[in-house]
Structures are given as structure tokens and as C-alpha cells.
Design a protein around this ligand. Structure first.
Ligand SMILES: [Zn+2]
Ligand SMILES: [Zn+2]
Length: 124
């Protein structure tokens, strides 16, 4: 499978029982349908999966007309509803999603700090 944004090759990265695909060049990450939901709850997922340079990711984030690497359908640009600054592409046919380097880490880290904030709330 080739990266939908550059000429890179997508390589399998295993985390828990899930295999996601990461571009060997721009380090963008491809999640098959529902994989994102599974992986984002895993411990250290951001560090293990998203090893790329967020600066490179931001450069690729502006690309439009991105085709699904699996079924070659034109993907739709979306943003995470709880973190609208994170924009990703989603395939409406196979349900896969593509995040640029740094975006996955960003999404799980904010979730984690929000979790901590919840923990540190003073007791009534
Ligand atoms: Zn790439
Ligand atoms: Zn697809």
C-alpha cells in the first residue's frame, strides 16, 4: 500500500492486537475502519505509533484531493469533533482514516491531559 499523500510506502506498525500502517517517508498514519478508536485508548499509543515530525505532518495537512490508499475513493476532509484543530481525511467507502504525522499523538495527548485534569479536580 502506498501513502495517499507522498510516494512513500505504508509499513505495518503493530500495537496490541491492531496493525496500523505508517508511511516510511512522511510518517502519516493510516487506520482501517474502527482501528483509530481501538488504538487511541492504548497506553503509550502516541509514542509507539506516531513517531513522525509534526512539522512535516503540518506541511502535508494542507493537501486536498487525497485518495484512499485502499479503495482509491476520494477521501473527505474532516476534523475531530472534540479537537477541531486536528484535521484528517476519511474514506466514506471503507471507513479508513489518514492522519498526518503528529496528529495522532496530539489527539491522544490532549485526551490524556484532559483525563488528568479530571483526576486532579478537588473533591467536593
Ligand atoms: Zn507519506
Ligand atoms: Zn477506502
Amino acid at each position: 500500500m502506498n501513502c495517499p499523500k507522498c510516494e512513500g510506502v505504508m509499513q505495518t506498525v503493530s500495537i496490541g492486537d491492531v496493525d496500523v500502517d505508517r508511511c516510511d517517508s512522511c510518517k502519516g498514519i493510516w487506520f482501517d475502519a474502527l482501528e483509530y478508536e481501538k488504538v487511541k485508548g492504548m497506553k503509550e499509543a502516541g509514542e509507539l505509533v506516531d513517531s513522525g515530525d509534526a512539522g512535516v505532518g503540518r506541511m502535508h495537512n494542507t493537501e486536498r484531493e487525497v485518495k484512499c490508499p485502499k479503495c482509491h475513493t476520494l477521501m473527505v476532509g474532516m476534523s475531530l469533533h472534540d479537537q477541531p484543530h486536528i484535521q484528517y481525511e476519511m474514506c466514506s467507502l471503507c471507513g479508513g482514516m489518514y492522519l498526518d504525522a503528529g496528529e495522532f499523538k496530539d489527539s491522544v495527548e490532549v485526551t490524556f491531559s484532559e483525563y488528568l485534569r479530571g483526576m486532579l479536580k478537588p473533591r467536593e
